[in-house]
Write a protein that binds this ligand. Structure first.
Ligand SMILES: [Zn+2]
Ligand SMILES: [Zn+2]
Length: 327
């Protein structure tokens, strides 16, 4: 197999020939057909997440077909198309796992961070954490659903039932969540980098009722806002954009520090919450609904060998939607 391997903080990822891996008990081997590039991969590259492991193969939006089964795997078949997400393993016995909050597991493994991921021609995954995908939809279009879609789905649920929703950072997750929110009958207000008129137009094309810079106030106070951007200064900004009792959801795995802000911005029962990871139930719920919602992902395809280019383009905001690597 070949992979783009990250050997140290800061990279670059290096094209590497590796021995083929065999799936252990309870595992599957997946021939990767597409792997999305996520903001979290940049955090891994930049050493912004705790306890990194090197060398590591990043990538946690994997779509592929099973080409080998480990002992004891009976509910998946050779040739079946599956998706492998960020949550790669949980312990099953910690208080969070027992309470059905496995996204907060005390001893998890994360695909592409603490176990090897999908920037490769093949990957080995825990069978219990792979989602069977139907034959509907092409591999590249489905890949961003595996994290941007799933985290988006969870953050949307955390935002509550409000009808007006702000989205700060209109990238891979934002453009999927906007479609889900609209399908649910909500009105989406999209906030982009100031002056990013192209992304604002992109947001309107996906049904946003308003789009502007994150330095602008929305035309009305919102029921909730979700922040996908990594700038902690957006937290007090978003608080000012939500009504009394409104909620601000921080959906990123890493943000810069949140600056000091007046208590009056939080007063009147406004809330700030964060979203961490996903549960398998999130994945089952979302992937079942996705075809019904008719989500159309906007993707830019790169060859696996060009993963470094994809990452730098993501950092610079050089494409709309999501980047996807194809071996
Ligand atoms: Zn656990
Ligand atoms: Zn991700």
């Amino acid at each position: 197999m070949q992979a783009m391997v990250l050997n140290r903080v800061g990279g670059p990822l290096v094209w590497t020939d590796l021995p083929d891996r065999r799936p252990g008990p309870g595992q599957i081997r997946v021939k990767v057909s597409a792997c999305g590039v996520c903001r979290t991969d940049l955090h891994v590259l930049d050493g912004e997440l705790p306890n990194p492991q090197f060398p590591i193969i990043p990538g946690h939006e994997i779509v592929g077909r099973i080409d080998a089964l480990g002992a004891g795997v009976s509910d998946l078949k050779i040739g079946e198309r599956v998706g492998v997400p960020w949550l790669g393993h949980t312990c099953g016995v910690c208080p969070y796992c027992v309470e059905h909050r496995e996204n907060l597991c005390d001893h998890p493994l994360f695909t592409g961070f603490t176990r090897d991921g999908g920037f490769a021609t093949a990957t080995v995954a825990d069978a219990r954490f792979a989602f069977p995908l139907s034959e509907v939809g092409d591999d590249v279009a489905l890949a961003p659903l595996l994290c941007a879609g799933l985290i988006g789905w969870r953050s949307l649920a955390m935002a509550g039932a409000g009808k007006t929703l702000g989205i700060y950072g209109f990238g891979a997750a934002g453009h999927i969540v906007a479609q889900v929110a609209r399908w649910q009958g909500r009105s989406v207000f999209a906030f982009t980098r100031p002056g990013d008129l192209a992304t604002q137009a992109f947001a309107r094309s996906l049904g946003a009722v308003w789009a502007g810079g994150s330095d602008e106030a929305p035309p009305e106070l919102l029921d909730a806002a979700i922040i996908y951007a990594t700038d902690g200064a957006l937290v007090p900004t978003a608080l000012k954009a939500v009504r009394k009792g409104g909620r601000v959801v921080c959906a990123g795995i890493h943000m810069s520090d949140i600056p000091e802000f007046p208590y009056a911005s939080l007063w009147e029962e406004r809330e700030i919450v964060s979203v961490a990871n996903l549960t398998r139930q999130d994945g089952l719920d979302f992937l079942k609904l996705a075809p019904e919602i008719g989500i159309v992902t906007k993707t830019t395809t790169y060859r696996l060998k060009d993963a470094n280019q994809a990452l730098s383009d993501l950092r610079a905001g050089r494409f709309e939607g999501a980047a996807v690597l194809v071996p």
